[in-house]
Write a protein that binds this ligand. Sequence first.
Ligand SMILES: Nc1nc2[nH]cnc2c(=O)[nH]1
Ligand SMILES: [Zn+2]
Length: 438
Amino acid sequence: MTSPTLYRATILHTPTNPFTDADALHAHDDGGLLVDGGVIRAAGPYADLRAAHPDVPVTDLRGGLLLPGFIDTHVHYPQVRVIGGLGLPLLDWLDQCALPEEARMADVAYARGVARDFVGGLLEAGTTTALVFGSHIAGAVDVFFEEATRRGLRAVSGLVVSDRLLRDELHTTPERAYAEGRALTLRWHGVGRNLYAVTPRFSLSASEGILEACAALMREFPDVRFTSHINENGREIEVVRDLFPGARDYLDTYEKAGLVGRRSVLAHNVWPSDRELGVMATHHCTAAHCPCSNSALGSGFFPLRRHLDAGVPVSLGSDVGGGTGFSLLKEGLQAHFMQNLMPDGVPLTPTHLLYLATLAGARALDLDGQTGSFEVGKAFDAVHLSPAPGTPLDAVFRHASSPERALAAAFATGTPADVAGVWIGGEHVHARSEVQAV
Ligand SMILES: Nc1nc2[nH]cnc2c(=O)[nH]1
Ligand SMILES: [Zn+2]
């Protein structure tokens, strides 16, 4: 475990939900966090903490912003190398870009390289916890958890299962899905920072039999998480309707199997019915909003206001590789743009964006007792944004009239190049390599 450290920085976090609490943003120009054993033991003005703990070594992070580590609630590990397949709608993009690459994960050596690229990409973007769509290949899921463990990421992931309409190499059977999922759960769930997520790809590629196998796993391991896709694209929704003639709607395909609960995260939900929103709210099931992906694949505008009015929790996802990169700053900005462009959009402030990128994700994963904000008793999961001198963001930071103004600029123009350091459970898991001036 790490020794006690006092972090000094401009600190911002949202210990509550700004969609329901006008005072959700907590900002300290010269704040302090006392961290011991990876856990935040005290928080407040730096001067007060220094006076109370005069002998503890100080890590001075002034000149930037210290935020809770970002929480990406929808991202695909095998797709990191196919980011950028722009201009195709979902089902064509899957056929032409994503699925051929996902089939390559049968080669474990290849999967190892992909896992390194993927976990490195998350950490460099400031993501400290991620709900990760694993691979259809069990060996490649092991490789992912090994790499997440090596780098210290908080990973929630599992075997992706499908038994129709993808490619033969990616199909399994309900029996094998259950057996491999069970073995992976026993190997990884609750081991270190890892948690297991039962993950049927989407109802289009999942028979009732395989959804039932997923449900059997969840009954056996009631604290695993559940994730899948829903209501992303018009054509996809039509096919699901044809495949499940007895279902009331898309959500019903998961609901009938007993897969919708407070530890369920459904990605996209661009085209929900009122019934679906009502059921998601009743079960505290989260919608993971992936605005860059929705734009890149032309999926549509996420009806955030309808989700909020119905009481459905919403978090953010990068959806790499349908999405365009790992930065949740960029996802926040794109969410803001899209709401601005909608007739009934929700005006999103920097405080909303910070919440969506942090505590909302922790709540979606039922990890808000451990991460998502800087409250005493939580793990020290943090991202230090400190732009390189001479960049426009550096100029804004140096002249910002308030921490909130600097936060707005971080969402507007920040990138992984501005992530100077990342901590998970008090461990310094990423430090930006400084480019030498020539
Ligand atoms: N965006 C996205 N949607 C999906 N629906 C089923 N699989 C996928 C995927 O890989 N990406
Ligand atoms: Zn996805």
